[in-house]
Write a protein that binds this ligand. Structure first.
Ligand code: SAH
Length: 356
């Protein structure tokens, strides 16, 4: 099996070409073909010499995801199940809105963090995705679009914890955001969501310009610990201290995600506690009414309870949005992605999460 050319870094490709006496601008041309024009073969790269095309074809392959399933929701949301080279599968979700087209992508096959309400947690952790596997979700979803439609926004909110796969995720972000030889989506239109891994959050903010979203989900240590085992490693207090100290550029805010679970974290008191926690952090809150999935006992609160929670924050001056469920009729809503299998029991997940 020939190595996948997209697994090389830009520098490595440049070195490969320099060794063979090709001019240095060739690396940029090859990368543009792969990431900008989504070429699936070297033969398509018509501004390269025939000799170079043949040389590349002899040495490298060009990866593509197989579309194992594609489901379209009543609201226009499209869920892809992509098959990777080793038969693992991951999901991506395309979300059309008035003036944007967002793709939600995965960064790991499965997840090790065991959040109590999340469908991906039920799979357990299988493996990290490589940078090219992360990026190929965007290339393949783009191929499925009509010629006049382009993906405008990318959110790393699919399966897995992006910051637990830091190196590959960062390389993928570079390809996604580079306007010269990459896909060319501005980092302002890319958002990474994390369970709250403190050292990696600091690194990400120092090294990239993408937006940061943090899954908070509870306003007290005890409740967050029950819902998110990661709280044992990085407590709510540590996480919020980290957020206060982040060198955020002006006008940038941290998004805090808060999944509302009926009777668990959705009371007026919870809203008031949350508002006090965020008082001195430049932030906004995304409230996500729980999206039910097979295998979960949690319930979505009634609309009135969601509105009450939102109003308390709003009246306290917190910028707050409620996320409408998208694609829930095809199990594509936030937190419903789970590849093909869910067989684990809650106890197995908790055991796996102990070792995080
Ligand atoms: N690992 C990352 C990104 C993946 S999930 C993280 O945890 O942030 C993206 C968001 O969906 C997270 O805020 C997650 O907690 C939330 N989520 C998970 N399951 C959900 C569900 N069933 N309903 C609503 N939101 C859910």
């Amino acid at each position: 099996m020939k190595p996948n050319i997209k697994d090389l870094s830009f520098k490595e490709l440049a070195a490969f070409l320099a060794d063979r006496k090709h001019p240095s601008y060739r690396a940029r041309q090859v990368w543009q073909w792969l990431f900008h024009k989504r070429a699936a073969s070297f033969a398509e790269m018509t501004n390269l010499s025939r000799a170079l095309r043949e040389e590349l074809d002899e040495k490298f392959s060009i990866s593509r995801h197989r579309i194992l399933r594609r489901a379209q929701s009543r609201d226009g949301t499209v869920k892809f199940l992509f098959g990777l080279a080793d038969c693992a599968s991951v999901e991506s979700v395309l979300i059309p809105e008035a003036r944007r087209l967002t793709l939600c992508i995965s960064t790991q096959v499965g997840c090790a963090f065991g959040c109590a309400f999340c469908a991906t947690a039920l799979m357990g952790f299988k493996r990290n995705m490589s940078a090219s596997e992360i990026v190929d979700q965007i290339l393949e979803a783009s191929r499925a679009l009509d010629a006049d439609r382009r993906i405008t926004h990318v959110v790393l909110m699919g399966m897995g914890e992006p910051l637990a796969n830091y190196i590959e995720t960062k390389q993928a972000l570079e390809i996604i955001t580079n306007g010269d030889w990459g896909i060319g989506i501005s980092p302002r239109r890319v958002t990474l969501s994390t369970v709250g891994l403190v050292p990696q959050i600091q690194k990400l903010v120092a090294e990239t310009a993408v937006n940061l979203a943090i899954s908070l989900h509870a306003p007290t240590e005890r409740l967050r610990g029950e819902l998110m085992p990661v709280n044992r490693k990085y407590s709510l207090a540590q996480l919020l201290d980290c957020c206060r100290a982040l060198p955020l550029p002006r006008r940038k805010r941290i998004t805090f995600e808060y999944v509302l679970l009926s009777g668990v974290n959705d009371s007026e008191e919870h809203a008031r506690q949350l508002m006090r926690l965020l008082r001195d952090i430049r932030s906004k809150v995304n409230v996500i009414p729980f999206n039910p999935h097979p295998g979960s006992e949690f319930l979505r609160p009634a609309d009135a309870a969601v509105a009450r929670f939102q109003n308390i924050l709003h009246e306290a001056g917190v910028q707050v949005n409620v996320r409408r469920p998208r694609g829930d009729d095809i199990q594509a809503a936030c937190g419903q992605l789970q590849g093909e299998e869910i067989v684990r029991t809650r106890r197995e997940i908790e055991r796996a999460a102990q070792s995080v």
